[in-house]
Design a protein around this ligand. Structure first.
Ligand code: URA
Length: 289
């Protein structure tokens, strides 16, 4: 990139964004958001076709088609600050539907390693969302995206749990793990147990920022995470369940696009039981069920 439009509008003359290096038209409306840049290729492995369109720092983007649906995946890096940059810039190039594909630590004993968690909302222990709006504003997932992820998990036979997530910008101290030399401020000691007691089901690092920004800007966002750790049983297996979360996210995007086309045909903007019934009928081959 050469000279950008200005310091306050860091994009080039084509609208190419400073961090993600994408311009309007480069990506479709449905974008999967893994944190890990290495996961983008793992996601695209399930697509009919794909190509890399941009790569800069932690932000790698592939576009392609999944079961006929135009789709993209952009890595966000770890935590709210890096994710907010990706979200801000993806919005500017036309994205309106985000599905985070993450990894997580479960806070409830009944959630097994390798299961997936679909988040309905996120406790805002991040710092980034607080720069956007007061903490009283809820970080809720989009209903359509959440339902599509549930439908995808059921269709694929993936064991899933639905509930409230907690997001922190801090993997260690902010999630109640001791820091270096056992440093742990009182505020965060036992935070895992406190959240467990109020029925929060998992800890991760980006959903609060994603949901807050998505609601402020009136776009859709949801999260599916692979359970790689359990804070109650104190187990940790890196990458277990990541493939299942990826499959659920890809299929969730396809289901959303099907619901979107039924909505368009019916001339409505939002999901309703009428739309879901038509989807179920289509799946049953057009016969009444
Ligand atoms: N990601 C997190 O943020 N926390 C965990 O415990 C595991 C994955």
């Amino acid at each position: 990139m050469k000279r950008l439009k200005s310091a306050s509008l860091p994009e080039d003359e084509y609208g190419r964004q400073y961090h993600i290096l994408l311009k309007p038209g480069d990506v479709p409306r449905y974008v999967l958001l893994p944190g890990d840049p290495g996961r983008v290729a793992l996601i695209a492995r399930y697509w009919d076709e794909y190509r890399e369109v941009a790569k800069h720092r932690e932000y790698i983007t592939y576009v392609g088609k999944y079961r006929g649906v135009e789709i993209a995946a952009t890595s966000t890096g770890i935590g709210g600050p890096a994710a907010a940059i990706a979200i801000e810039e993806l919005l500017r190039v036309g994205v309106d539907t985000f599905i985070r594909v993450g990894t997580t630590g479960a806070l409830q004993e009944y959630i097994g390693l390798g299961d997936v968690v679909i988040s309905t909302a996120a406790v805002r222990y991040d710092g980034t969302s607080k720069t956007y709006v007061d903490v009283e504003y809820p970080a809720v997932a989009d209903l359509e995206v959440t339902l599509a992820l549930i439908e995808a998990a059921e269709e694929l036979g993936v064991k899933y749990h639905v509930g409230i997530t907690a997001s922190s910008d801090s993997f260690y101290v902010g999630q109640g793990r001791t820091g270096f030399r056992n440093y742990l401020p009182e505020k965060w000691a036992g935070i895992d147990k406190k959240l467990q007691a109020i029925n929060v089901i998992n800890f991760e690092m980006e959903s609060a920022t994603l949901f807050t920004l998505a609601n402020i800007y009136g776009v859709r966002a949801g999260t599916v995470s692979a359970v790689i750790a359990n804070r109650v049983t104190n187990e940790f297996i890196p990458n277990i369940g990541v493939d299942e979360a990826i499959k659920v996210a890809n299929e969730g995007a396809r289901i959303l696009s099907e619901w979107d086309s039924i909505k368009e045909k019916n001339g409505v903007k939002g999901l309703s039981m009428k739309i879901i019934k038509e989807y179920i009928m289509r799946r049953a081959g057009g016969h009444e069920i």
